[in-house]
Structures are given as C-alpha cells and as structure tokens.
Write a protein that binds this ligand. Structure first.
Ligand SMILES: [Fe+2]
Ligand SMILES: [Fe+2]
Length: 292
C-alpha cells in the first residue's frame, strides 16, 4: 500500500509540473506545411509494396495523413473506454488516497487528449474512422465490466502501442509540425499513465488466482487483437484511390508493416510476457494480431 501511495504522490507532483492544455498550446489554424509527411513514410502500412510504388509523392503524404487520423480515432475511442474504467474504479476507492486522486488526474488528462485528437482530425480535414460494430460493442462491454488485471493490461496495450509511434514522430523534424506537437504533449502525459498502469498491473497479477489469470490472458489478447486491427482503418486507402479491401490485404501481407506492428508492441508485449500474461492459447491471438 505504501509503494502505491508513493507512486501516486510522485505522479501527482509531476502532473502539476508538466500538464498541457492543447487548446491553448497548439496553433490550430496554422495550415499544413507542403511536402511534409504526417508519419515517417516507412511506417505507412503500404510502404515498400507495389501499391505504394504506384502512388505519387502527394498521395503518399495524403495516405500518412489518413493513417494518422485513423490512429487518432482509435486513440479517442480507447480513451473513452479508459476514462469510464478509471471512474468505475474510483467509485469503489478511498477518495482521500493519492492513488484514487491520481486516477481522477489521469481522467482529466484523457479529457484534454480526446479533445486534442478530435481537433487534430478536424484540422487535417479527415473523417473520424470508427471501430467496427463488433469492436464498438466489445469496447462497450469492456468499459462497463473490466476490472483487475485485464483492465490495466488493455490500458497499457493501447497506450504503449500509440506511444511508440508518437515518440518517433516527436523526434522527427521532417514531419508536419502539428502532429509533432500533438505527439509531444501526449508522450509527456502518457509516460505517467504508463507508470501508473504498469505498477498497478504487477500488483494485481500477484493478487490474482490461476482461474482469474487465465481469463485475464484471453481478454487481454482479444483487446490486443482489436487495438492492432483498429490502427489502420481500411477506408484510409480510399483517400488515395485504392480499394479498401485491396489496401488492407496489401498491408496485412506487407513484411515491413508486420515489422512495424511488432516494433510498436515490443515494449508492452515483453512487459506483459514477463508478468506471464502472454502465454497459452492467448499467445495465438497475439500472434494472429501480428503483435508477437
Ligand atoms: Fe491519452
Ligand atoms: Fe493515457
């Protein structure tokens, strides 16, 4: 209990020092800079395929813009689920504890992030790319019921996968300034969320019995599968004149994109693996998702 309060206390102090209001910090009216990508081109799902070779430079930039909009839509969707899960946890906790107070602080961060991602999609002039009806329903179930190990593990998967892309984006000065700024704000605040979830998950895994752990492994793997599949919506390809099902098939078969997916999940899959959460039948789902 001591360690839990100490971590929450440190995270609250850090939140006081470095928190951003993206509505104020970002110049939302600045036009995009011509010729700049939104993602490093080699992270595009089609990079290195014949379909990519057939695109003009302008179309390639356009594709990375829609891929960013798709990832931001996924981020938004998951943040909504996350906020509800944290609020449900708070409902049962001691409001004078630092741990509970940090949960609320994290919800406050996510409120600002979701507004930021909404503004980003709008500023890029892209549509919101929704979850499939099945994943939408699964998300509704997760946010209404998840607690314990699978709640924190699914939080970590979504946060750490997105974080891998955003760390790379914020360090690449050839990219669009808008996406670099959005990424920087998100990375700084998410580092606290990752720490909070990682430590809490480790405590809950220790406390969970074998039956609960087996159940958690399956739900976690299914969440990983949804998050990975959700990253690039097939309709992004239509923005550059490629049939969604052709684009999706090419991306799935693209060894460079397979490598990108594994790279993006490498930190979280090894952490969850060390906790014993990526084994047995669940591991099959992780590998079908292309994450291990
Ligand atoms: Fe966030
Ligand atoms: Fe977060």
């Amino acid at each position: 209990m001591e360690a839990r309060e100490l971590t929450a206390e440190r995270l609250l102090e850090s939140s006081l020092r470095t928190s951003y209001d993206p509505i104020v910090e970002i110049d939302w009216s600045a036009p995009p800079e011509p010729g700049r990508y939104w993602l490093p081109p080699e992270r595009s799902s089609l990079y290195g395929t014949p379909l990519w070779d057939g695109l003009t430079e302008e179309q390639r930039i356009e594709l990375t813009k829609h891929e960013v909009a798709s990832a931001a839509s996924a981020g938004l969707w998951f943040e909504t689920i996350l906020m509800e899960m944290l609020i449900r946890q708070y409902y049962d906790s001691d409001p004078t504890s630092r741990h509970a107070q940090y949960a609320l602080t994290e919800v406050a961060d996510e409120c600002r992030h979701s507004i930021m991602f909404g503004r980003l999609i709008e500023a890029m002039g892209c549509p919101v790319y929704p979850a499939s009806p099945f994943d939408h329903a699964l998300g509704r179930w997760l946010k209404a019921t998840a607690r314990g190990p699978h709640m924190y593990a699914s939080i970590l998967i979504a946060e750490e996968i997105l974080d891998s892309f955003q760390r790379e984006i914020m360090g690449d000065d050839t990219l669009q300034p808008l996406i670099r700024m959005v990424s920087r704000i998100h990375v700084v605040e998410e580092a606290r969320h990752v720490r909070y979830a990682r430590e809490e998950l480790a405590r809950q895994v220790t406390a969970a019995g074998p039956l609960r752990s087996a159940y958690a492994r399956i739900v976690i793997a299914r969440a990983a599968y949804s998050i990975a599949g959700r990253l690039v919506h097939p309709r992004v390809y239509a923005a550059v004149g490629i049939r969604p099902r052709d684009g999706q098939a090419a991306a799935r078969a693209n060894p460079r994109f397979q490598e990108t997916l594994r790279w993006s999940a490498s930190r979280v899959s090894s952490y969850l693996g060390d906790l014993g959460l990526v084994r047995g039948p669940a591991r099959l789902l992780w590998s079908r998702a292309g994450l291990v």
